[in-house]
Design a protein around this ligand. Structure first.
Ligand code: NI
Ligand code: MN
Length: 226
């Protein structure tokens, strides 16, 4: 599987020729100013929750590409009201077979209000299983004991976890999450974008290495093989 990082918690994974974009937040991310939002092609957008730093570019990309947006019930309804009709509602605990593989929605411990103040339902993480491999994107979350359930649903090739602290797990909790997940390869997201979440990247990489794990921190617009 290939993963392209677009800054903050926005990344794209390709599985079986389908492009899957997560939590698009590019236009308002100063660090991603060299990424052209209008050049991103995608078949799907998955939204972990309703916060602006995860959905700011969703409507424009969905309108331009006609991609399907997958999100919780409340965000699905909100998008429908905004004119985005190609949506697939899901909710925590549920799974669905897509054309690229299966997605199961799991608990994230966070909040999910939408940018205009609408109720955004509950935040979610996603477990992707496919012929090309398996991965977990936690969305914004604290470390939770629920993560211990995830290896019973999927043997993970990699996980995408927030590491920026203040709003989510910090590096040391993300290392513990990787243990719960029985996953050795972690892509770190949700760091350095704003003042609240600045981290020491070298120290973060060392913390994972000391625990026998690999922390990958791709540059913005970089594509890595996983
Ligand atoms: Ni959030
Ligand atoms: Mn966030």
């Amino acid at each position: 599987m290939k993963l392209t990082y677009y800054g903050h918690s926005c990344f794209q994974v390709s599985i079986k020729g389908k492009k899957i974009l997560f939590d698009p937040f590019i236009t308002y991310n100063e660090l991603a100013k060299d990424v052209s939002v209008d050049s991103i092609e995608t078949d799907y957008i998955f939204l972990s929750h309703g916060h602006v730093d995860h959905i700011a570019d969703c409507i424009s990309i969905a309108q331009r590409t006609g991609c399907q947006v997958v999100a919780n019930w409340e965000i699905h309804e909100w998008l429908n009201k905004k004119g985005i009709s190609n949506t697939h509602p899901m909710n925590t605990g549920g799974k669905w077979n897509f054309d690229f593989g299966k997605v199961k929605c799991v608990v994230a411990q966070h909040s999910s209000g939408l940018p205009d103040g609408s109720y955004g339902g509950n935040p979610m993480g996603f477990i992707f299983t496919s012929e090309e491999g398996n991965f977990y994107y936690s969305g914004d979350t604290a470390l939770t004991l629920d993560m211990q359930l995830i290896p019973s649903w999927a043997k993970l090739d990699f996980s995408v976890l927030p590491i920026g602290d203040n709003f989510t797990m910090d590096v040391s909790d993300a290392v513990r999450a990787a243990d719960f997940l029985q996953c050795k390869k972690i892509v770190g997201v949700h760091y350095n974008t704003f003042g609240f979440i600045k981290i020491d990247m070298a120290a973060a990489t060392t913390a994972f290495a000391t625990a026998g794990k690999t922390l990958l921190l791709p540059a913005i617009a970089e594509t890595i093989d996983l």
